[in-house]
Design a protein. Structure first.
Length: 415
């Protein structure tokens, strides 16, 4: 085995390790199921649930362009990954402790602290996303990116099924008051994120050529030039903004089950487990499609699934409530297709030396969509689930129809 092959193998193992335990950590605090149920359990309204998810998403992308300028100026990006993963772990550990200690106090205190810690968690994720794009692009050759990403999500899904099952047991067992049960889940998520960080320690990153950090005015001119000259960048930003309409209702599939179908809280953890299973079963398809046809094809499949999900939820809620869990099976497949598609499209389209800047730019230019969960919660409160779900389905269907097979995002990778 050559030195380059050995380095690739080590990095694949490290990134798989991180992805596996990150998936387990995420399943314990799933933002589409468990986190909305936690806020609802504290008396939060749909608008407040939407606000919490908006904060979680906003902090993840708004600082990316600022972080990109810092990350591009360093030849090694791995230290930024370590800072990100351990700061995110700390946020869940603190929330777990606070939930345990304050469960009998004013729920307003906990909700306020939740907002602050979600913002800290998401900001760490913003730094990590910018650095990860560069490390991932250097560590995983283009010909195996689809298989790698699908394998990472498949293995992570198996762990996620187990941790989601544990979450259900914790919520259903009564071993602690309901808020105390959530405290155990948050603490467990923080611990698993600490373990996930070991994967980044394993990586042997080949230092790249540090980009000189230009003055702010020159940096902004560079961004304008990138936007003007790169058609694929403009296309990716447009498609991601339109595809993000799904965020308007993402946390409300579980809320509709609680408020309309009156499912018990422990069933929310079952939904989280079904969602992980759906993602796991779909991963091999997405990886194969990516490597054979291209990341743009996965993106088109993602949009098709996204447009069908709200319709399926409304149909099952109306005529087959007992089968409502199927919504989360397909939601898992849709979520995984989106993650694989947008990550690989970005890596394929961005010049190697500017991947962090491209990540930051796409994140910043799609930031307005992060208000959609708040908007969705407000509209659901005013118009009801049916009207909002139908509107989102229509918007995503139009976006899918506009992404033809000859679109610029279907071009071969740059490198």
């Amino acid at each position: 085995m050559t030195a380059a092959a050995a380095a690739t193998r080590r990095n694949v193992i490290g990134l798989l390790w991180h992805g596996t335990f990150l998936a387990g950590a995420s399943a314990l605090v799933a933002p589409t199921t468990i986190l909305p149920a936690y806020v609802a359990g504290l008396g939060g309204s749909p608008a407040l649930i939407g606000l919490a998810i908006t904060i979680l998403l906003t902090g993840d992308v708004l600082p990316q362009l600022v972080f990109a300028r810092v990350v591009e100026g360093s030849p090694s990006k791995r230290p930024f990954l370590l800072i990100a993963v351990y700061s995110r772990a700390a946020a869940w550990l603190v929330l777990g402790l606070a939930t345990w200690l304050l469960q009998r106090s004013s729920t307003g205190i906990l909700l306020g602290l939740l907002v602050l810690l979600l913002a800290a968690f998401a900001t760490g994720g913003s730094l990590g996303d910018v650095a990860y794009t560069d490390v991932y692009g250097k560590s995983i050759p283009p010909g195996i990116r689809g298989r790698f990403y699908a394998t990472r999500q498949f293995i992570g899904s198996l762990v996620g099924v187990g941790t989601a099952a544990i979450a259900r047991l914790v919520l259903a067992s009564g071993i602690a008051p309901l808020a105390g049960s959530y405290a155990l889940l948050f603490t467990g998520s923080g611990i698993l994120m600490l373990v996930a960080g070991i994967g980044f320690v394993m990586i042997r990153e080949e230092p790249g050529r540090a980009q000189p950090r230009p003055p702010l005015r020159a940096f902004l001119r560079q961004l304008r030039a990138m936007w003007r000259e790169d058609r694929s960048l403009r296309a990716l930003v447009l498609i991601e903004n339109l595809a993000s309409m799904h965020l308007m209702i993402l946390p409300f599939y579980a809320v509709m089950a609680i408020e309309v179908l009156h499912v018990p809280t422990s069933t929310v953890a079952v939904f989280a487990m079904v969602q992980v299973i759906g993602g796991a079963l779909s991963n091999l398809l997405w990886g194969r499609l990516n490597d054979r046809v291209g990341s743009g094809a996965v993106l088109r499949a993602c949009l098709a699934l996204g447009s069908l999900m709200p319709l399926l939820a409304l149909l099952l809620a109306a005529v087959a409530p007992a089968a409502y869990g199927l919504v989360f099976l397909f939601l898992g497949a849709a979520t995984n297709s989106r993650s694989l598609a947008f990550n690989n499209v970005l890596v394929d389209r961005a010049p190697t030396e500017l991947r962090a800047t491209y990540t930051g730019m796409v994140g910043t230019l799609t930031a307005p969509t992060l208000l959609l969960p708040l908007l969705g919660g407000t509209l659901i409160g005013l118009l009801g689930f049916q009207a909002v779900f139908l509107g989102v389905a229509a918007a995503l269907a139009v976006t899918w129809a506009g992404l033809g097979r000859t679109h610029v995002l279907f071009a071969p990778p740059r490198g």
